[in-house]
Design a protein around this ligand. Structure first.
Ligand code: GMT
Length: 380
């Protein structure tokens, strides 16, 4: 198949999933064309069967906001025609689904049929998409998608509650590429971070408000007196400054390291003992699953789709959003006993294995085939 993938190329779950899916499809022999405004962060190096088409939106003094959606739709038209694509797969509904719909309509008039699948990732539904400023367009473009997938059961339910959809939503969970995410020996690095064998607690996110990074620091502050430990905060975003201020207020800065944006997350996860994800909203929680793949148990909130991956008392623990006391109690429980910690690590890995890309990729391929089979031919 020749597939066009549209996504946000920046750090963020949906772009990561789109990129890894594209690369896996390419390894299976499909031809994959990424259509984005910048090269996706995880698309490093040269890959046979992978092509990249940059969307550039002409700027003009009249525009207060650049019409990116029009530029994207125009690029899709061009790539579909020139590369003779079979299918478009857009990740994150806004504005990718409506841009794909526009491209599809333009191509239809030229006698070209191009079905498109929209994958819902989370805030495109739960936060941004249902805002009145976008809602009618999101609903319309979902109803005109040839296929819709959602990364968790919870997100599917949320979508059906918030939008009047005439289309079925297929749940296809996110996945792990175990050739990349596996525990490796990084003893030298561990020694540098925790010279006295302190436990390493880690959080990775884009530091947006929904991630509640301050809860990570508050929880850590309660764990620290009981368990000698270090906190690694990976990522960057609007809440970083408040988080740094909180560390200063609590006086625990010497035990907290802000590492900023990092590419090789797996190298950092290799030295972690515990991962914390206290989000207010999380349709899936890919960051937690990546941690589990590297044998790291998870302390999380019970928001959104997280309970579909983190199993209470087995791979970690789940608490109500904001209940930092409970999170701290659970963290201490896991970390205070070596045998227990080992068991949690083992369970976390076993759970992540259920989401091996080897199992999920064929589900996407089958769904692509299904959509292609039923998509209407163009009659002009
Ligand atoms: O919140 C993020 O980290 C970014 C966001 C995105 O769409 O780029 O992530 C969403 O998609 C990820 C991949 O499917 C999910 O793992 C995240 O749970 C989801 N984020 C939220 O729902 C807040």
């Amino acid at each position: 198949m020749k597939v066009g993938i549209v996504c946000y190329p920046t750090y963020g779950g949906s772009g990561v999933v789109a990129t890894e899916l594209g690369m896996a499809l390419a390894r299976q022999g499909h031809q994959v064309h990424f259509i984005t405004y910048r090269e996706p962060v995880r698309l490093e190096g040269f890959h046979e069967n992978v092509f990249y088409h940059e969307v550039s939106a002409l700027d003009y003094p009249l525009f207060q906001y650049q019409p990116y959606e029009s530029a994207l739709a125009s690029k899709m038209v061009d790539v579909v025609k020139f590369e003779r694509l079979d299918l478009l797969h857009v990740h994150y509904a806004i504005p990718h689904a409506s841009a794909a719909l526009m491209a599809k309509s333009i191509l239809r008039e030229q006698g070209i049929s191009i079905p498109f699948i929209t994958t819902l990732h989370g805030t495109d539904i739960t936060l941004v998409g249902r805002d009145p400023s976008y809602r009618p367009v999101v609903e319309y473009s979902l109803n005109h998608s040839d296929g819709i997938t959602s990364v968790s059961k919870h997100l599917k339910d949320e979508t059906l509650i918030n939008f009047k959809l005439r289309r079925e939503i297929e749940v296809i969970p996110n996945f792990i590429d175990f050739s990349r995410f596996k525990k490796t020996n990084k003893e030298h690095f561990k020694k540098a971070i925790s010279p006295n064998g302190e436990k390493i607690i880690m959080h990775v996110s884009n530091f947006r408000k929904v991630k509640r990074v301050e809860d990570v620091v508050l929880m850590f502050d309660k764990v620290l007196p009981k368990i000698p430990s270090k906190l690694l905060l990976v990522g960057d975003g609007p809440e970083r400054i408040n988080t740094e201020m909180l560390c200063r207020e609590l006086g625990n800065c010497e035990h907290v390291r802000f590492l900023g944006k990092q590419d090789a997350i797996e190298d950092l996860l290799a030295i972690a003992d515990l991962f914390v994800l206290p989000s207010e909203q999380e349709s899936f929680g890919l960051a937690a699953l990546e941690a589990m793949a590297c044998e790291v148990p998870v302390i999380s909130s019970n928001a959104g789709g997280i309970p579909e991956i983190n199993i209470q008392g087995e791979t970690g623990f789940l608490s109500n959003v904001g209940d930092v006391d409970d999170m701290a109690r659970n963290a201490i429980y896991i970390l205070e006993d070596e045998t227990r910690l080992k068991q949690f690590k083992k369970n976390a890995f076993a759970q992540a294995k259920r989401f091996d890309i080897v199992n999920i990729l064929p589900v996407y391929e089958a769904y692509y085939r299904q959509v292609l089979e039923v998509s209407e031919p163009v009659v002009i």
